[in-house]
Design a protein around this ligand. Structure first.
Ligand code: NA7
Length: 318
């Protein structure tokens, strides 16, 4: 069993800007945008929203993370409910479905306000369709408008303003978020008014990613057993029609043993679990995804939760 060191804590560089922002003519909306959750994704997004001139009010469970944003001009609130009171459109970007639900239905959560007065709530945390339906229903029952806006992309893609937004729900909210989405994403899709579709599409994309990563890891582990240079394999792979920017990048990370979390392994495994739950409800057979999930679960148990998903290679090398 390898000795595992935790990845270095990632810090948001408040002064760095993605090159892409300079090319996008962004006219910031006049509305006030609330933001719940200043993890790596949330922080990167909020930093760019402030930079492009949006009025932002923030909250994070660990309050210390709000400090740099206060210095950069954001208003900081004590509870999610306070953010909702102060904002017109509220984004949420936390780890998982449970966290997303807590912020809406929990103590000091969004729905403590009872009447949302037509405010908009935008769920960016990766969640399953049923959770999105529950959140959407709660928001609508309290006179609010709901949009699921799933973010597809790595932390680096977020830092580069190159996310893909997959949205569904209230079209008016989608339009009100235009200048925000233009700030953070290279493409934005509205997948219809049915809540849940955007979550499904996001999780389907994650299935492709997860299964591909495990295939890549196993192939490279076999090369390693033969003492074939992994760099050679990657160079040759680059010449084939199988290559993709993502697989090349992940292959290089595996070869270097550099698992700096761009897409944390725990998030990948969470997504596969959500996929398998969806499939279970449909009696849809997904044997390869099931095994992929087991592989990620095992890698988590080996201590690689917080590393990048490419750390799945370590397990394959056993
Ligand atoms: P991170 O960097 O792991 O950050 C997770 C964030 O979620 C962070 O702000 C956490 O607060 C917050 N969190 C987690 N659980 C809760 C609960 N129960 N209540 C309130 N806040 C919570 O993840 P990323 O930023 O990379 O990703 C966020 C989402 O974007 C994720 O769904 C991705 O798939 C897409 P903390 O700072 O720990 O107090």
């Amino acid at each position: 069993r390898p000795v595992v060191t935790r990845p270095e804590a990632q810090v948001i560089d408040m002064s760095s800007r993605s090159n892409t922002l300079a090319d996008r003519e962004i006219v910031p909306s006049e509305q006030t945008f609330g933001f719940l959750g200043l993890g790596m994704m949330g922080s990167t997004i909020v930093k760019d929203l402030i930079y492009t001139g949006h009025k932002v009010v923030v909250w994070n469970r660990t309050i210390d993370k709000c400090q740099p944003f206060a210095e950069a001009g954001a208003e900081v609130k004590d509870t999610p409910m306070d953010v909702v009171e102060a904002a017109d459109v509220i984004f949420c970007c936390v780890s998982d479905p449970k966290g997303a639900k807590d912020l809406v239905f929990g103590n000091c959560g969004v729905l403590q306000l009872k009447d949302l007065n037509n405010k908009a709530y935008v769920e960016m945390s990766t969640i399953d369709p049923d959770t999105s339906l529950d959140i959407g229903e709660g928001i609508k029952q309290c006179n609010g408008r709901y949009l699921e806006a799933q973010i597809h992309g790595s932390r680096q893609e977020a830092a580069d303003g190159m996310l893909i937004i997959l949205a569904g729900g209230d079209r008016s909210v989608f339009e009100e978020c235009h200048s925000c989405f233009k700030t953070i994403a290279k493409n934005t899709f509205f997948l219809g008014t049915d809540i849940g579709n955007a979550c499904k599409v996001n999780l389907i994309l994650q299935t492709i990613l997860g299964v591909s990563l495990v295939g890549l890891a196993e192939a490279l582990a076999l090369a390693d057993r033969f003492s074939i240079s992994l760099n050679d394999i990657i160079d040759i792979f680059d010449l084939t029609s199988m290559k993709s920017p993502m697989l090349l990048a992940k292959g290089k990370e595996m070869a270097k043993g550099d698992f700096n979390p761009q897409q944390p392994l725990s998030h990948m495994q969470r997504d596969l679990r959500l996929v398998l739950n969806m499939a279970e409800n449909l009696d849809q057979s997904m044997p390869v995804t099931s095994i992929t999930n087991e592989v990620f679960k095992h890698t988590k148990r080996l201590g690689y939760s917080e590393h990048d998903s490419s750390a799945v290679f370590v397990r394959s090398r056993f």
